[in-house]
Design a protein around this ligand. Structure first.
Ligand code: DGT
Ligand code: MG
Ligand code: MG
Ligand code: MG
Ligand code: MG
Length: 303
């Protein structure tokens, strides 16, 4: 384009290129979903249709943005993780955040009728906000997703107990809140079991652990049963414990090496594999080492 006298206004645009070689987490969150969940009568405390719709929208985002290595969702939020070596949009923050948010929102609205057949959407329509956060090393990225999963566990145990007291124990909200004040997680488990015959461990995994999405190369390439899913018990810290630091001894060594230079053809080949890969949606423990050790390509970024 020819230079015009107006061209100088470009100089007012700020650069928002994110630091290189750092993990980019884009967390989106539903705007006013407290109201929205009431408007469309979501089941309390968890509505499987709503959660599956969130997961389907996240799958759409993963499909359209092959640079994403992982996504983790709970309630009305989703965290999308771009690999630390990702160079999409020259790592411009606003491009990355707005693309994730708008792609997610489009899928959410587009797919809504498949999950809420007889509840057509009408304005005000669902919308999401988003932010980018950078994490400099693998350990801290893992602590980030651990933080979200512990949050899921704490909130779900509280909400499950609260709504049991209200729906099954005929308490009003204020009394249920009072009843739960100062309780630790073992107290909540006991309330659920002794008063309502609910064993919290038997609650659906999607409620207890949230949803993790990643590219399942193993199952995309081979049709054999060589791929195993994690079936071990979760190791979620109790609600009272701080989740941040796992015991030193159980940690696997995580390399933080600079990226090896890739040839153009190699990079193109990997991008093709990423696009083709099946997106796995699982409700498993992502705090312990097992998840990461069984799926080393997530942290390595190798397709
Ligand atoms: P915000 O994010 O500041 O615009 O406000 P909200 O209202 O979206 O609040 P937030 O994000 O802190 O909490 C999520 C709300 O969404 C919370 O009130 C519960 C509701 N919600 C999310 N998933 C479900 C569900 O499966 N069932 C029901 N009943 N409510 C849900
Ligand atoms: Mg919010
Ligand atoms: Mg929200
Ligand atoms: Mg939220
Ligand atoms: Mg454009």
């Amino acid at each position: 384009m020819a230079n015009s006298k107006y061209e100088y206004v470009r100089a007012f645009e700020e650069s928002d290129v994110l630091l290189p070689s750092t993990w980019i987490v884009i967390r989106i969150d539903g705007r006013g979903f407290h109201k929205l969940s009431a408007k469309y009568e979501f089941e309390k405390p968890n509505d499987k249709r709503a959660l599956n719709l969130m997961n389907a929208a996240a799958e759409g985002v993963m499909k359209e943005l092959p640079d994403l290595v992982l996504a983790y969702g709970v309630s009305d939020e989703f965290s999308f993780i771009f690999h630390k070596d990702c160079t999409l949009f020259e790592r411009r923050e606003s491009k990355l955040v707005t693309t994730v948010v708008s792609t997610f929102t489009s899928y959410y609205v587009y797919l809504w009728p498949s999950y809420f057949e007889n509840k057509p959407l009408f304005p005000p329509l669902p919308s999401f906000d988003g932010r980018a956060v950078l994490y400099p090393i693998d350990r801290i990225l893992r602590d980030y997703v651990s933080w979200r999963q512990v949050d899921c566990h704490i909130n779900n145990l509280y909400n499950t107990t609260f709504w049991a007291l209200v729906q099954k124990g005929n308490m009003n909200g204020t009394d249920a809140e009072k009843e739960l004040m100062g309780t630790v997680s073992s107290d909540k488990n006991e309330i659920l079991f002794s008063r309502f015959g609910i064993n919290y461990n038997n609650e659906p995994e999607i409620f207890k652990k949230g949803s993790v999405l990643y590219r399942d190369y193993a199952n995309t390439i081979a049709t054999s049963s060589s791929f195993t899913t994690l079936t071990t018990e979760p190791n979620l810290p109790k609600a009272e414990e701080t989740p941040a630091s796992a015991p030193e001894s159980s940690e696997m060594p995580i390399p933080d090496e600079p990226p090896a230079p890739k040839s153009k053809t190699q990079a193109a080949k990997e991008q093709k594999l990423r696009k083709r890969a099946r997106i796995a949606i699982e409700h498993v423990d992502i705090i312990r080492d097992e998840f990461w050790m069984q799926r080393p390509w997530i942290l390595s970024g190798k397709a």
